[in-house]
Design a protein around this ligand. Structure first.
Ligand SMILES: Nc1nc2c(ncn2[C@@H]2O[C@H](COP(=O)(O)OP(=O)(O)OP(=O)(O)O)[C@@H](O)[C@H]2O)c(=O)[nH]1
Ligand SMILES: [Mg+2]
Ligand SMILES: [Zn+2]
Length: 292
């Protein structure tokens, strides 16, 4: 039978085959090959009366390390007005990783009931991204978001507490995912998301994922320094037009990207974050990159 892995918990893979979900283990051969099945994988399974078994993993379109997912089409990068406040460097790192893997980034600003996003919104819509300003409290801004999930695999990512699970619950109330509110029954604890799970929606799937703290995502994915500029989509029209062919677009004379920053065509905040990411990768030894 063929299906898709919708959840992976402690060595068990939950495979949806259209009308049913099978709890499966993975053949030992995968571990020997250094492959581990990921949520989002399209797989072939066999089922005996006691146990389902993942037999084969179809070739992946792409895969992410954090959140651990395969075959993503869209990555919804969520920030909140506050608790926690937006961190543009994290947003830009995630965009860069997504672009590198040909995953379409979508920028979501949540908790708009608490205040306006002003400059952030302008930066990302001017750079050419689909952006949403939403509130799970007031219900603002969700029009059209559901359509974005048609026929593809999408995932929500962002810091813990930005409201990823709340957004999914708002859009699809039947999911009833536990969110970070203090539980009234227990009077304590936060229901932070602890595993990646795909939920079916309009011919596609959406994934809720555990949030991260800002340190987590640094350098979990490797991009060669030469490839970073191309992951900043508003730089693309200027690439190849610099005075020096080896231009890093950080400080060089005659750099077409820097010119565009100086005359306001590219946001200097996006460019600052480009420089941070570029310089970080430049500082890595080649073995540090290839290990990842
Ligand atoms: N004021 C306001 N609060 C919100 C909004 N959306 C979510 N919250 C609150 O923010 C807190 C965190 O929401 P979650 O949906 O659990 O956040 P998350 O991103 O899934 O967090 P993790 O699972 O830990 O990664 C909860 O207390 C929500 O009620 C919003 O639009 N406005
Ligand atoms: Mg959550
Ligand atoms: Zn340049």
């Amino acid at each position: 039978m063929n299906g898709i892995i919708i959840k992976a918990i402690s060595g068990f893979y939950y495979v949806e085959t259209g009308n049913q979900i099978y709890e499966c283990k993975a053949r030992g051969i995968f571990r020997k090959q250094g492959v581990s099945p990921l949520v989002g994988d399209r797989v072939e399974i066999s089922v005996s009366e006691s146990q389902g078994m993942v037999e084969k993993i179809e070739p992946r379109k792409n895969q992410l390390i954090r959140p651990p997912l395969a075959n993503l089409d869209k990555l919804f990068i969520v920030s909140a007005f506050s608790t926690p406040a937006p961190n543009p460097l994290i947003i830009d790192r995630l965009i860069s990783i997504a672009e590198h893997k040909a995953i379409e980034p979508v920028i979501v600003f949540n908790k708009s009931d608490l205040g306006p996003f002003g400059e952030f919104l302008t930066i990302y819509s001017n750079a050419g991204f689909k952006t949403f300003v939403v509130s799970c409290e007031s219900g603002e801004g969700f029009k059209d978001m559901l359509n974005c999930f048609d026929d593809c695999i999408s995932a929500f990512t962002g810091n813990s507490g930005v409201g990823k699970s709340s957004i999914l619950n708002y859009l699809i109330p039947s999911l009833a995912i536990e969110t970070g509110e203090v539980s009234l029954k227990l009077g304590r604890g936060r229901h932070t998301t602890r595993h990646v799970e795909l939920y079916p929606v309009s011919n596609g799937y959406i994934a809720d994922t555990p949030g991260f703290s800002s340190i987590d995502i640094e350098r979990v994915e490797s991009i060669m320094k030469e490839d970073v500029a191309d992951t900043f989509r508003e730089f693309r029209p200027f690439l190849g037009q610099c005075q020096f062919t080896s231009c890093s677009h950080t400080v060089e004379k005659g750099c077409a990207v820097l010119n565009a920053v100086n005359n306001g065509e590219i946001s200097h905040r996006r460019h600052d974050n480009y420089c941070t990411i570029y310089n970080e990768i430049k500082g890595l030894k080649s073995w540090e990159l290839s290990r990842k």
